[in-house]
Every structure is written in C-alpha cells, then in structure tokens.
Design a protein around this ligand. Structure first.
Ligand code: DX5
Ligand code: ZN
Length: 226
C-alpha cells in the first residue's frame, strides 16, 4: 500500500516512443530522475505493426544512461528471434504479442530462461482467453488500449472492461503478474484504468509532449491514478 495516498502502488512507465529521438539518452535520464518506475521501449518491425522504431543496439546504448528497469514491448513478427539480443542489451521485461506467437508457451519460457521477466500483450481485438493458458507463467499482462504502432492515439474505452476481466482472472488464480495498460493513457484516463485494476500505466505523449516538464507529468499521472 502507498503510505501517502492509501491506495495501491501504481507504476508509471514513460514510453520512449514519444521522446525526442535526437536526445534519446538525455530524455531517458530525465524520465528516470522524474520518478519513472520503468522505461517502456517500443520495438516495432514495420510488419507486425506499420511502423519501425529501434532494436537491441539502441536499447544497449540507452542502458548506459539509467538503471531504471527496461520494459520492452515487442511489436514484431517472429519475436523469438529477438529475445537473446534483447536480453543481452539489458531488457528487464520482454513483452510479446499473443497475436504474433504461434508457440506462446515456448516463447514465454524462452524469455524466462534468458533471465528476463516475461509479458504477453493483447491487441484491442484479441480476447483475454488468448492469454489464459500461460497466465500462471507470466510476470506481466499488457492490455493494449490502442491498436499498436503509433503514439498519440485515442484511448479505446473497451480496454477498461478488459482490464477488469484480466484483473479478475489474476486475482481468482492467486497470480501476482503485473497488469499493464498502454495507449492513450494520461490525466484523463489514468483514474479509470487504475480503478479497473491496472498496476502499470504506460504513457508516451502524456509524459514527453505534455504542457509540463517530464517529472511533473509523471507525478501528475501517478497522483491521478492513486
Ligand atoms: C503504441 C505503443 C505505445 C505508445 C503509447 O503502439 O505501444 O507504447 O508509445 O503512446 P501514447 O501514450 O502517446 O498513447
Ligand atoms: Zn508500447
């Protein structure tokens, strides 16, 4: 429990997708100093999603700037090919999409055997049952509240009920996996997703392109979610 607010502790994970890529390291350090619990790193391949970002070499370079855990969100086909390099680059959590994995059980164990926490993400159109069988093995479930690929999209309302359903599955199973939500999270949506059971809030534009400095933007989201 949180000593100040009395509510459960909510983690804030700034998404570096919305950072200034020409100052990537500085922005990571800024988010870390501003109280980020994780840094959310969106790896996109231009196939699974229609956008390209960065991969292991950039993540490895960023590792020199901060010790904050790296929460790596892999939006790629064949994510199993990237796991060894992402682990070596310094990923602390690797989250793969259920929709991209024919052998979800195998890749979850591959991630864990690489010494990294394992997460599974669900697109807005994917039912929660897609994650059910591997749930006991997971460290994190990511409910997407936008269709992945781009920052700054509008929050999809049905994510709130989906979060509730995943929260219920976790609690009824006595499972401790974190429940993360990603897409359109900011001051207007933070309270609702936290109330629905999310424990990690990813926020890109609401942190890096807000009307206030990064630290203040993170603090504002945390305060609203509490
Ligand atoms: C979208 C990415 C998100 C993105 C969120 O595909 O997975 O992490 O950065 O951006 P905002 O918070 O701006 O919706
Ligand atoms: Zn993401």
């Amino acid at each position: 429990m949180c000593p100040e607010g009395g509510g459960p502790t909510i983690k804030v994970a700034p998404s570096m997708l919305a950072a200034d890529f020409s100052r990537f390291g500085e922005q990571a350090a800024e988010a870390a100093a501003g109280g980020a619990d994780y840094l959310h790193l969106d790896v996109m391949d231009g196939h699974f999603v229609p956008n390209l970002t960065f991969g292991p070499p950039v993540i490895k370079a960023l590792r020199r700037w901060t010790k904050v855990p790296f929460d790596v969100h892999v939006m790629c086909e064949e994510p199993q090919l990237l796991v060894p390099e992402l682990a070596a680059a310094g990923a602390d959590i690797i989250t793969v999409h259920a929709e991209a994995c024919a052998h979800l059980h195998r890749i979850v164990h591959q991630i864990k055997e690489a010494g990294v926490k394992a997460g599974v993400a669900l697109n807005p159109g994917t039912p929660v049952s897609a994650v059910e069988e591997v749930l006991p093995h997971l460290d994190l479930v990511l409910v997407m509240s936008v269709n992945p690929g781009f920052g700054g999209q509008a929050f999809i309302e049905s994510a709130v009920d989906k979060l509730r359903r995943v929260r219920r599955m976790l609690d009824e199973g006595g499972l401790k996996a974190e429940l993360e939500v990603d897409g359109g999270i900011g001051p207007k949506t933070a309270a609702r997703v936290a109330e629905a059971g999310a424990s990690v809030l990813v926020a890109g534009s609401a942190v890096f392109t807000a009307d206030v400095p990064v630290a203040q933007a993170i603090a504002r989201i945390r305060a609203i979610a509490r």
